[in-house]
Design a protein around this ligand. Structure first.
Ligand code: UD1
Ligand code: CA
Length: 452
């Protein structure tokens, strides 16, 4: 069965009070529209197109960069008119699934259930029951429960407005029939729009089978019209992700104070303190502890590692039983081998830190290959940048670097070398020897401090 998916995203979003297109506002670190696109792709449609209009200067390039087709709806004349613009993308398919770019939480499971709720020639409508249905199209049924039509709030009489079952807007429609039916729509209604919802009455008239699926979770089909609703959906999403992780063996000190923007592959017996943010793709192994206020981006943290509070880890690999932080920053392409320690106010970038090596205090280590069992003294800096190019620092095994040392790259410190405190090392420090900068110590007797 071939399926086309059309995502409607041409609407204005006036209530967002924003220069940014509504569907480009972020939820869990990515645009609302991207959530819908990602879900749509999982259904493996034979064709997928997004109907754009308002904010298309932002939306179209964004989608094109991903190779997703767009269709312009220059004037927004209603949901039926919007779908019609995408005709070329469903004429050769059997069914068309219509999704909304501002309804981000819809799940693959619900859509699959809708698609499978009837044969290829039936019209399928996803509905939900709301205690407070104001604003939505109402599902009007006969006494046997057969759907008769959808009546928009603005066109409904008092009796119809009492109906709690509403149209989510999401429908799956036989494609051949749809192209005919769209041509029959008129705009004789309160809003002067071509309503997609008028297809129901048409289908009833023509004896087309109608199936409906009721979505139990109203948040899944909730749309975003303003920033309050956006925030509500964000916390719904975060709570859902935290729940999934807790069910798989992760402890949150407070599941309401974590933000997951992306994917986490998590092991068991992981403990996560408050206000931790995860972005992108992260893999966290068993028995990892993450302290408060850490930000973890596209990183891998191996078994038993401890990430202490206020650390930022980006595009990095943390080895088994490592300790990082508090207040550490691991920048892209940092690899910590097992049992390495990176302490407070240490920045590491594009560097390999060997087994059990320690950089405990106030250091910058960049573009460095460091061996095992190294101890880097407080305040050590790799001077990796000469103002034009970056150079590497190579540090062997069992090296001891005294505090406040500058290693001016390119430079090598050989195995077992010791560097005296306060040195500036510009050439190879030989193995198993002490290397230090000679600096004269001078005392001026009788010297007086300046006075005000
Ligand atoms: C629509 C439904 C209503 C349903 C509600 C669910 C119709 C006539 N009504 O109403 O039954 O309960 O959604 O939220 O379908 N859009 C376009 N082009 C247009 C008009 C809309 O792309 O010309 C897009 C919007 O960007 C939005 C979606 O379609 O993503 C729905 O449009 P909106 O104006 O919000 O429809 P509602 O009046 O809320
Ligand atoms: Ca709406």
């Amino acid at each position: 069965m071939s399926l086309s998916i059309i995502i409607l995203a041409a609407g204005k979003g006036t209530r967002m009070k924003s220069a940014k297109a509504k569907v480009m506002h972020h939820l869990a670190g990515k645009p609302l529209l991207q959530h819908v696109v990602d879900t749509a792709i999982q259904l493996k449609p034979s064709q997928l197109a997004v109907v754009c209009g308002n904010g298309s200067d932002q939306v179209v390039p964004y989608l094109e960069a991903q190779g997703i087709s767009t269709v312009m709806q220059i004037e927004q004349k209603g949901t039926g008119h919007a779908v019609e613009q995408a005709k070329d993308f469903f004429l050769t398919s059997e069914q068309v699934l219509v999704l909304y770019g501002d309804v981000p939480m819809i799940t693959v499971d619900t859509l699959q259930a809708l698609i499978e709720s009837g044969g290829n020639t039936s019209l399928k409508v996803l509905t939900t029951e709301l205690p407070e249905p104001t604003g939505y199209g109402r599902i009007v049924r006969d006494f046997e429960g057969n759907m008769l039509c959808i009546t928009e709030e603005k066109d409904a009489d008092d009796e119809t407005r009492l109906i709690n079952e509403v149209n989510t807007g999401i429908m799956c429609i036989p494609a051949q029939w749809l192209s005919q039916a769209l041509a029959n729509l008129d705009n004789n209604n309160a809003q002067g729009e071509y309503y997609l919802t008028d297809l129901i009455a048409q289908a009833v008239e023509q004896g087309i089978e109608i199936n409906s699926v009721i979505c139990d979770d109203e948040m899944e089909v909730a749309g975003v019209n303003n920033r309050v609703q956006l925030a509500e959906l964000e916390s719904y999403y975060q709570q859902k992700r935290a729940t999934e992780l807790m069910m798989s063996g992760v402890t949150f000190r407070d599941p309401a104070r974590v933000d997951i923007r992306g994917n986490i592959t998590a092991g068991q017996d992981i403990t996560i303190d408050i206000n931790v943010i995860f972005e992108g793709n992260n893999t966290i192994a068993d028995n990892v502890e993450i302290g408060a206020n850490c930000i973890i981006i596209n990183s891998t943290i191996a078994e038993g590692a401890q990430i202490l509070p206020n650390s930022i880890i980006e595009n990095a690999e943390v080895g088994v039983d490592c300790a990082v932080g508090p207040f550490a920053r691991l920048r892209p392409d940092t690899k910590l081998a097992a049992k390495a320690k990176v302490g407070n106010f240490v920045e590491i970038k594009n560097a390999n830190i060997g087994l059990g090596s320690k950089v405990n205090h106030l250091s910058y280590i960049g573009d460095t290959d460091m061996g095992a069992d190294v101890n880097i003294g407080a305040g050590t800096i790799t001077c990796n940048y000469d103002g034009a190019n970056k150079h590497r620092t190579v540090i062997g095994d069992r090296v001891f670097v005294g505090s406040d040392t500058q290693l001016v790259a390119p430079v090598t410190v050989e195995d077992g070398a010791t560097i005296g405190a306060g040195s500036t090392i510009r050439k190879t420090a030989p193995a198993d020897a002490l290397t230090l900068t000679k600096s004269e110590v001078k005392t001026v007797k009788g010297w007086k401090r300046p006075k005000k």
